[in-house]
Ligand binder design. Structure first.
Ligand SMILES: *Cc1c(COP(=O)(O)O)cnc(C)c1O
Length: 315
């Protein structure tokens, strides 16, 4: 079993120091009034590439051997992980190959190329992106960087919670969105050291509650790709490594609806003047809809990212 613990998160914090941004922690009087709690929002929508994924990607690529650095990194993703790997590779002077769907939003393709990545397009309906990525790995001797189920990625994501606790002190609850579980696993490792009594609550879209089913049944449950506006949480199963950590350190997983996510995007825009993507709203929506009674509690909320196109935000 891969050794991963708080020391891995602390080491990641040193690695990303001065490269990743130390994002702000915001509060809102309205959020406090509505919940009866003291709510602290850790705003990774302000992170480089617009999401926490830069932390894990940069930490993972930094730990490549020199030989692996020369051959470069490979990732398959249409989302934030792709751009995070591309930018981390550029900053570390490594080549990168990103396998993306041919029908990706043109802006995302352009952004990924602008970070210096070689983009390989594939047909989402007829081609297997993992096979294409494996070929790129085999041909170049490059290293595949998975989006969540990797010790260095998890450790990097854990620096989100480390920074939050350093700023707020101990908390009663920490709410974190769950896709494949890299973010929540890393944050839970940080909490176990820095705020051991803090209950870690995962939040998923109602349409895709595979992590909730997995945690409650004690084995990884796989579901069809869920239909939800929370595209960063459209995973069909959590990872092996992330699940082991979640089983040990996550208290429960709750769900919110797409309508609650839309209302939360509006709250962030109107009240807090910040742009948050649907997946980034998951944790906040669970808190604001009082799925758990938080009166009198000190509560942390991870706002995971802000990459949403303006037309979608407007609608
Ligand atoms: C990837 C991502 C998630 C999910 O993270 P996991 O580590 O897969 O659980 C949540 N929000 C945003 C914005 C993301 O990019």
């Amino acid at each position: 079993m891969t050794q991963i613990n708080y020391a891995s998160v602390a080491a990641a914090a040193q690695t990303i120091n001065g490269v990743a941004l130390r994002t702000p922690v915001l509060t809102s009087r309205q959020a406090n009034e509505q919940t009866g709690a003291q709510v602290h929002f850790k705003c990774e929508n302000f992170q480089r590439v617009g999401a926490f994924k830069f932390r894990g990607a940069y930490n993972a690529l930094s730990r490549f051997t020199d030989q692996h650095k020369r051959a470069g990194a490979v990732a398959f993703s249409s989302g934030n992980h792709a751009q995070a790997v591309a930018l981390a590779a550029q900053l570390l002077g490594m080549p990168s190959v990103i396998v993306m769907p041919a029908d990706s939003v043109p802006g995302k393709l352009a952004a990924t190329r602008a970070y210096g990545a070689e983009v390989i397009l594939y047909d989402r309906f007829n081609e297997d992106r993992e096979a294409i990525a494996r070929r790129a790995v085999a041909e170049r001797g490059a290293t595949l960087v998975p989006p969540f189920d990797h010790a260095d990625v998890i450790a990097g994501q854990g620096t989100v919670a480390k920074e939050l606790f350093e700023e707020t002190g101990a908390l009663d609850y920490l709410f974190v969105c769950v896709g494949g579980g890299g973010l929540i696993a890393g944050c839970a490792l940080a909490a176990a050291e820095l705020s051991p009594a803090c209950k870690i609550i995962g939040v998923e879209p109602q349409a895709g509650n595979d992590a909730q089913l997995s945690l409650r049944s004690g084995a990884i449950v796989r579901i069809p790709v869920p239909q939800t506006i929370a595209d960063g949480a459209q995973t069909s199963a959590v990872g092996q490594l992330t699940f082991q950590i979640m089983q040990r350190l996550v208290a429960d997983i709750v769900t919110v609806t797409d309508d609650q996510l839309r209302a939360q995007m509006r709250f962030f825009a109107e009240r807090m003047k910040i742009v948050v993507e649907p997946t980034g709203c998951l944790a906040a929506a669970a808190v604001m809809n009082r799925i758990i009674d938080l009166r009198g509690k000190r509560v942390g909320v991870v706002v995971s990212g802000g990459n949403v196109d303006l037309a979608q935000l407007g609608s």
